[in-house]
Design a protein around this ligand. Sequence first.
Ligand code: FAD
Ligand code: UDP
Length: 401
Amino acid sequence: MYDWMIVGAGFAGSVLAERIARERNESVLLVDRRPHIAGNAYDHHNEAGLLIHKYGPHIFHTNSEQIFDYLSRFTEWRAYEHRVLAQVDGMLLPVPINLDTVNRLYGLSLTPDEVEAFFASRAEPVSEIKTSEDVIVARVGRDLYEKFFQGYTRKQWGLDPSELDKSVTARVPVRTNRDDRYFGDKFQYMPKQGYTAMFQRMTDHPLISVMLQTDYRDVRDRIPHRRVIYTGPIDEYFDHCYGKLPYRSLRFDHVTKNVERHQPVAVVNYPQTEAYTRVTEYKHLTGQVHPKTSLTYEYPSAEGDPYYPVPRPENQLLFKRYEALARATRDVWFVGRLATYRYYNMDQVVGQALATFERIDSTLSPRTARIAGRGMAAARERLSPGAANGTAVSPRVTAAE
Ligand code: FAD
Ligand code: UDP
């Protein structure tokens, strides 16, 4: 009998496994249907010996010292500031759009104040910013919107930006200075030995058992457990009873080239041409020195593993129906990007998992303790009479933090 079955060994599941085992002394069976831990952040050395990310480029960035400190228990870091160029009108230009983007694209030599006035002169008034189109045209006008956002978004999501919530393109800022970093966060680092090594340390605990290539559906009735943390797609948990919740997928084409360097920065975006959205060259992220180089081409797709929730009002309504079911499901917590249908970065998922642990810990207290040589239930009974049968826990879906 495990105290917990945790479904999914990505950030959400692994952080909760670590917290529950270490802080509550409770046993965890961590299952994942993939053949590896680390979820979408999984990285590995390929046949050429280059460290690559199986599911596309993962760059860690956060403004939260608490989240950074927490992960620092399991990894050293390599300072890395992410830079992206977009191929537009045959040039490689900085994204996010900044002073240099505008000056180079239009052959101008504007100052920061002048570029602000340039944006204002082209911006289209939008009474209420609702969509991913509104947010960009209201800031920089239609020409920059069409060149940098419209084509990329149509490829990435299979939808026009006018059909997507504003939060999608609002992820990418617009700058009037020369700052060409993709992220503005206080902490920008890569785990020094990679993400998978970090997850290995996180889940390396005597009370955590990991079962890979194991689908929850195949073990939920076979392996006894008291409570569940579920980090897979929420609609799948409920057998798609209200219909499928859309998740966007990608096909990753991994290529190794016999050259030392392929492109000037880690990621080049293709908003106007090509079937792929972006090309990543990992050596920029990892700092690895190697005579060859490995790249990933990302081809968006409606079919395949679920990678992105699709933020738009009708999907949110459908999610809410599943969320209501989740709230009525006893002793199961729904956490992470797929189970809470939120377009979260890694640090946000870690924050959500840490906050969920705090709620679990306060709801289920007193904490249990382990006594060597005795059964878990017996030990718990001795320390906290009545608790061995499992306390009825108020069901919950983790809310946005
Ligand atoms: P996941 O990592 O998806 O883990 C869920 C796990 O559950 C999976 O391993 C899955 O196999 C398993 N699972 C699901 N259902 C079952 C089942 N029934 N039985 C068993 N196992 C199951 N974030 C950043 O901060 N920076 C970036 O640069 C960045 N780049 C990204 C690039 C791409 C292409 C993608 C897709 C995402 C990127 N992200 C990035 C987001 C990041 O991947 C997520 O925030 C994070 O990995 C989510 O963690 P999670 O634990 O919620 O989900
Ligand atoms: N985007 C775009 N052009 C770009 C970069 C981003 O249109 O050059 C839009 C696109 O809709 C994308 C969204 O902004 O999906 C968020 O970009 P981000 O780089 O954050 O996407 P992710 O890394 O999560 O795939």
